[in-house]
Write a protein that binds this ligand. Structure first.
Ligand code: NAD
Length: 242
């Protein structure tokens, strides 16, 4: 059994999620950060001494076993290409990716263990399963997914709303309607509303800290690294026995 810590490269490290990852990674003894990348390549206060590369110079990264990416779609191709060239896995939470980017991600999964999830919280993993079951029970009702996020969020509907929408569709055979709100510093709120004649069922999740997503991504990295090539599912991985 290999007991040496998994060497992690963090991409998008200066962002809200990247900074949470750098702060929380030292909680784990099974992972070690070896370097990070940001657009500017400047040192990061959350991880003093950690080598930080500019995203324009990713090939200078030291040897690593797996990359964790929380960046933006315009930066995603860079980290995907690096993982392909290095022959390592990738865990990504970047939302708003294009079809072509998912195709490239799927191509990487033929050789490496990869995982993309629009949401790395355990609560949303459970909610997905509940939503599919509820939607299947009331296929004729109206279904709406309402999401609220901070004003800096670029994509809408959120990746998580689309994930929950896919669960609605899997349950009742039709996609729901979506509504997006952008206000203040909301970390992330999702409400699935199933409305029938004279009654309404509401299933909701509220994130109050980004740390849940960062901890979930670190857990996903540790678990994915033990698996063979393929595109792995966060919910299935997390809700399975450790
Ligand atoms: P942010 O804007 O705070 O950070 C984005 C990071 O990407 C920064 O480090 C920035 O330097 C880098 N970046 C942006 N454009 C770049 C470019 N052209 N080239 C190189 N680097 C570039 O965003 P955030 O709040 O940290 O979120 C990052 C991503 O993660 C978003 O897509 C967001 O929707 C997603 N997200 C996912 C989850 C989840 O659980 N899956 C949770 C929260 C956020």
């Amino acid at each position: 059994m290999n007991l040496s810590p998994l060497r992690i490269f963090v991409h998008g490290a200066s962002g809200r999620m990247g900074r949470a990852l750098l702060r929380l990674a030292p909680e784990r003894s099974d992972l070690v950060l070896v370097a990070a990348a940001t657009r500017a390549g400047a040192p990061l206060p959350e991880a003093p001494g950690l080598p930080v590369l500019a995203t324009s110079a990713l090939d200078a990264a030291p040897v690593f076993d797996l990359a964790i990416d929380f960046s933006l779609p315009e930066a995603f191709d860079g980290i995907l290409g690096l993982c392909r060239r290095r022959g390592v896995g990738l865990v990504s939470g970047t939302t708003g990716l294009s079809e072509a980017q998912f195709e490239a991600f799927n191509a990487l999964s033929e050789r490496q263990a990869v995982l993309w999830s629009a949401n790395f919280s355990i609560g949303v993993a459970v909610l997905r399963a509940l939503v599919q079951r509820a939607a299947a029970a009331v296929p004729g009702w109206d279904a709406d997914v309402v999401e609220s996020h901070h004003v800096h969020k670029k994509d809408a509907p959120s990746g998580t709303a689309l994930l929950l929408g896919a669960a609605v569709e899997a349950g009742r055979g039709r996609a729901p309607h979506y509504a997006s709100l952008r206000a203040g510093d909301i970390v992330g709120e999702h409400l699935v509303q199933l409305t029938g004649p004279g009654e309404r069922l509401e299933l909701a999740h509220r994130a109050t800290s980004r740390d849940i997503f960062a901890r979930g991504a670190l857990e996903a990295a540790a678990r994915v690294a033990r698996l063979g090539p393929g595109r792995h599912d966060f919910g299935a991985l997390l809700l399975a026995e450790p």
